[in-house]
Structures are given as structure tokens and as C-alpha cells.
Design a protein around this ligand. Structure first.
Ligand SMILES: NC(=O)c1ccc[n+]([C@@H]2O[C@H](COP(=O)([O-])OP(=O)(O)OC[C@H]3O[C@@H](n4cnc5c(N)ncnc54)[C@H](O)[C@@H]3O)[C@@H](O)[C@H]2O)c1
Length: 417
């Protein structure tokens, strides 16, 4: 029996069947006008989204394309690939950490980019529930650092890659991305750079996502592990998402949160079945599908925009703009960020959660994170203080029944989807 080789490339036929739509229409001319002859910087260039952005940007004739990432090998490999595919494009790779001021400002000063795409972030939901400080540092303060450097260098447009997990966040990852959106919108009020955020859902085939995991599970003879029969997600291909991100750059005037139309959500179990079938095998007969339970911080179903907000259409049919995203008071955002930074520096988890919740009132901290916060407080002999802080900070959520107190506490293990 022939079994598919594990690959990050989902077969096109499976993709088309699942998504039921063709490639997005792009106003290529408009995008070219924005990119051609410009210096473009992409943070997180070695990652799934950043590398695809680089591939597409290279095709629009930038003067220089600079990929910034801390991951050496994939950045090197991207350079080799781009050199082959776009022999006339000038690609420079820069190793650096968005959290280090020197790395970011030195690179910006050296290249003086006109456009920055910011895709560097931590992104794994269950992992970030267990590494909440790292998520806040990288996704919020890393973004702030890149955005402030961009503004002070006179960058024309700054496009932040956001996620549908920022909507009514149920995870540390989601709330950090939402605050990163707030942060750049606060900067929009005081700086000349156009700050734009683009939200979308899961990208099929991206690193650590379900497709590479399922394909290797199929290749190993199964089982394919799915968290829940009703688990659904919106999916796009990386190419589709990045095309629409480039289109958003061309549409943006600054301050917008663009939301990409993800089509219809796909049941994860259907995706698993399609991948098994595409390998010439029968689900349940040749390869078992096992349901292993929802992980901390995960929702069964993700919304793409808040109910209270309305999407207004743009000139592109697949891109909406949030008309009533929460009003941003730049001074308050700055003050909250300072407090948040202090709580991270002090490794004060309870205070940090309370501040995250103050900044994003619809954030519902996960039960595992809450247990950790309370147990850390208790272990340090501050049980009274911890309980006091906890009830002060999270009481409203408990009072309205929002905290998922009956949710099983699970620890994520690799390969669970
Ligand atoms: N992959 C998806 O399905 C998807 C969907 C919607 C939104 N997004 C968002 O897109 C962004 C990127 O996701 P991805 O799938 O490309 O992730 P990824 O892990 O493949 O890539 C992220 C890249 O950022 C780099 N990076 C992280 N922290 C850094 C730091 N401090 N300094 C320098 N480089 C750093 C990593 O080395 C990595 O190469 C995330 O914010 C994610 O939430 C992803």
C-alpha cells in the first residue's frame, strides 16, 4: 500500500475541495505601485507567513527586500530559494531579535525601509498558556519595539499580521495579539506612519499546524488525532492570506484593522478524512481517527470578528474593515503598557493577568493559566495576597460565570490537534 510522504504541502485537490474556492482576485497593479522600487522589511521572515510574504513581495520588484528573523537556518534557506526563483531581486537576511532594541533600531537605520510587514511572533496557543510572560514580551513588547522604531525611522506603512484568536480572546496568545493591535493603533494617533493590522484564521500547512501533523501521522500508519468532532477552523492557504495582506497594504490609510474573508469554516475531522483519502487510504478502516480532547486556551469554534463590531466592505470583496473597533486612548494604552511591563519584569502572573483583562475586558483567561497563577502565589507564601489579587482582578469574570471553572485541566503534548 502506497502511503503519502509526510510533507507540509497539502495536495491542491484536497485544498480546493475543502475550501471550495479559487484564488483571490488581486489588484496587482495597485500592489506593484506600493512595493516596486521600495525597501521592504519583513520580520519573522523565516516563518510560514513571513517567508510567503517574502516570496510574493519579491515578485513585485522591491528595491531591496530584507528578511529579519532570529532563526538562522530557515532564513538562510529562504535566501537560497529566493535567489533561485527571483535572480534579479535583492534579498538581505538579518538575524536579530525583535525584543532587543539594538537589533531592531540598527537594522532599521541601516536599511531605512519604506514598508514593514511584522510577522514575528509566538503563535502556539497551548504553549503560550504555559509561557505567558514570553507571549507578552514577544507579541506585545516586541511589536511595540518594531513599531516605534518604524515610526522613528519614518517608515510609510507598517502592516502587522494578526489573528482571529484576538477576537474575544480565550488564550494568552489571543489577548497578546489583540493588545498588539491596540498598541499600533495607539501609535497611529501620534505618528505619521500608517499602521495597519490584518486579521485572519488558520493557514493550512503552516509550521506546527494540523496538515504537517496529520500527514506525518498518516505516514506513520495512524492514528490521526483530532481534539473534538465539532472542532472547526477557518482556513486559507499561506499564498491566499499573503496576497490579501499585500492587497490590504494597498487599501490602508492607517489605523485600520482589516479582516480577511476566510470563507466557510472547515471541520478538522473532515480535513483529517480528506488527507487520509488523498493518501489512498480509508479513514477508520486503514487509519483510525482518535478524539483526544480540547486543549487549554482552545475554543471549539473561532469567530473572525466581534459581534459588537461591524465589518464594512472595502473595494476588495475578500477584505473587510472593522468600523467600530474599540476606541483607542493612546495615553491610557501607554500607561497600561508601562504597568504591564512592570508586572512581566516582576514575574507577577496574577497582576499580569489582571492587567491583560483590564486592557481587553472580553478576555477570558484559561483555567490552567489561572491555576498556575494561584499556585505560584501560594508557593511563594503569598496565599492571602494571591487570593486577594486574584479576586480583585478576575472577580468580574467569575461573577458572571465567564471563567471556565469546569473545564478539564490538560497539559498540551506535541502532535495533538
Ligand atoms: N500560521 C497561521 O495559521 C496563522 C494564521 C493567522 C495569523 N497568524 C499570525 O502570523 C504570525 C506569524 O505566524 P507564522 O505561522 O508565520 O509563525 P512561525 O512560527 O512559522 O513564524 C514566526 C517567525 O517569527 C520568528 N520570531 C519569533 N519571535 C521572534 C523574535 N523575538 N525576534 C525575531 N524573530 C522572531 C520565528 O523565528 C519564526 O521564524 C503570528 O502572529 C500568527 O499569530 C498565523
Amino acid at each position: 500500500m502506497q502511503i503519502a510522504k509526510p510533507s507540509n504541502q497539502i495536495p491542491n485537490v484536497v485544498l480546493e475541495d475543502l475550501l471550495g474556492r479559487g484564488q483571490a482576485y488581486l489588484d496587482q497593479q495597485n500592489i506593484r505601485e506600493h512595493i516596486q522600487g521600495k525597501v521592504v522589511m519583513v520580520t519573522g521572515a523565516a516563518g510560514s507567513i513571513g517567508s510567503e510574504l517574502c516570496r510574493q513581495i519579491a515578485g513585485f520588484g522591491p528595491l531591496v527586500l530584507m528578511g529579519f528573523d532570529q532563526a538562522e537556518t530557515p532564513l538562510f534557506e529562504l535566501g537560497v530559494e529566493l535567489e533561485k526563483k527571483f535572480p534579479n531581486a535583492i534579498f538581505h537576511s538579518e538575524i536579530g531579535n525583535i525584543m532587543r532594541f539594538d537589533d531592531v533600531s540598527r537594522t532599521m537605520q541601516q536599511y531605512r525601509p519604506s514598508i514593514v510587514f511584522h510577522a514575528a511572533a509566538h503563535k502556539h496557543v497551548p504553549m503560550m498558556e504555559r509561557h505567558a510572560f514570553a507571549a507578552v514580551e514577544n507579541n506585545i513588547f516586541g511589536t511595540l519595539q518594531v513599531a516605534e522604531a518604524a515610526a522613528s525611522q519614518g517608515v510609510e506603512s507598517f502592516v502587522m499580521i494578526s489573528t482571529d484568536k484576538a477576537v474575544r480572546p480565550a488564550s494568552v496568545l489571543g489577548v497578546t495579539k489583540r493588545i498588539a493591535e491596540l498598541t499600533i493603533r495607539a501609535l497611529q494617533k501620534t505618528q505619521g506612519t500608517k499602521f495597519i493590522a490584518v486579521r485572519f484564521g488558520n493557514v493550512l500547512g503552516s509550521s506546527g499546524s494540523v496538515v504537517p501533523i496529520f500527514t506525518s501521522q498518516v505516514a506513520a500508519g495512524g492514528p490521526v488525532t483530532v481534539t473534538h468532532p465539532e472542532m472547526r477552523r477557518y482556513f486559507m492557504t499561506a499564498s491566499e492570506a499573503c496576497q490579501l495582506v499585500l492587497q490590504s497594504l494597498a487599501l490602508g490609510n492607517g489605523g485600520e484593522i482589516f479582516v480577511l474573508d476566510m470563507g466557510q469554516p472547515v471541520k478538522i475531522v473532515d480535513l483529517a478524512r480528506s488527507l487520509i483519502l488523498s493518501s489512498g487510504l480509508q479513514p477508520d478502516r486503514d487509519i483510525k481517527i482518535e478524539f483526544i480532547g480540547v486543549r487549554p486556551g482552545e475554543k471549539l469554534f473561532e469567530e473572525v470578528n466581534l459581534d459588537s463590531e461591524h465589518l464594512v466592505p472595502t473595494s476588495h470583496s475578500r477584505i473587510g474593515s472593522l468600523a467600530r473597533a474599540e476606541e483607542v486612548d493612546a495615553r491610557r494604552v501607554n500607561a497600561s503598557l508601562l504597568e504591564l511591563e512592570e508586572s512581566v519584569r516582576a514575574r507577577d502572573l496574577i497582576r499580569m493577568i489582571r492587567l491583560l483583562k483590564e486592557m481587553v475586558p472580553d478576555y477570558i483567561p484559561g483555567s490552567q493559566l489561572m491555576e498556575n497563577a494561584v499556585s505560584i502565589g501560594t508557593n511563594h507564601g503569598f496565599a492571602g495576597d494571591a487570593e486577594f489579587s486574584c479576586t480583585q482582578g478576575i472577580e468580574p469574570a467569575i461573577a458572571n460565570g465567564a471563567l471556565p471553572t469546569d473545564e478539564p485541566i490538560e497539559y498540551a503534548s506535541p502532535g495533538r490537534v
